[in-house]
Design a protein. Sequence first.
Length: 240
Amino acid sequence: MKKLYSTALALLISINTLSSQAFDIGSWNILNFKYNYSNKWSVFGEAQLRSLKFYSNFHYYEYKGGINYKVHKNAQLTLGAGSYQTYKEGGNFVLPKNNNEFRLWPQVVIFQSIGKIKIEQRYRAELRWTSNGYRDRFRYRLGVSYPFGKERNEYKPYQISASNELFFTDKEPYFERNRLLFAFNYKPSKATTLQIGYLHQFDYKINDETGRDFLVVGFYYELFRKLTSKSETDNELKDN
């Protein structure tokens, strides 16, 4: 553990030095909580805080939550909603805001495995009530991940992943954004995941958020409901 923390600290210092000398890199911070009620049903909540420079010029935050239903071992439906707030550039939470938005979004995620490589396809439709009126948006994300390391309690402690996401609208110019992410995850326990990564975001003439390069730091916490009786256990097994 001490070696891991030392390596992470050295990486953060190196990125900070590089960003100050070569280019501006922002921060993208994620706090995620998930509660699994059964094999099929779960709920989640998430908060994000972003800055356009390295932990400076904070310009964006969001908080959201929702419910998941696993219709198949390789498919999951989600209904989520949240608040998304974007401020002007030039400092920390500069007013007036670029965008004040409430969003409702249904989503389908399809999973597939090829050997040890896991493939995820995510389809999301967004109903957006923004400062500039109502908008629709559609998102498609393709991701691959590879877990590795000595297995502990039915999980592997390390994972590398990459994903690319495209954003579209039903109005010209139709294409809005491209988001590319490379990440490394470490699971110190079955319930917790620590993430560090690099995200590049390209925007095409939109005003709700600025595309940049970001250091991603995430903390994910997942709980599982304990079964209290044999009948519940039998029902859970039937869900499989």
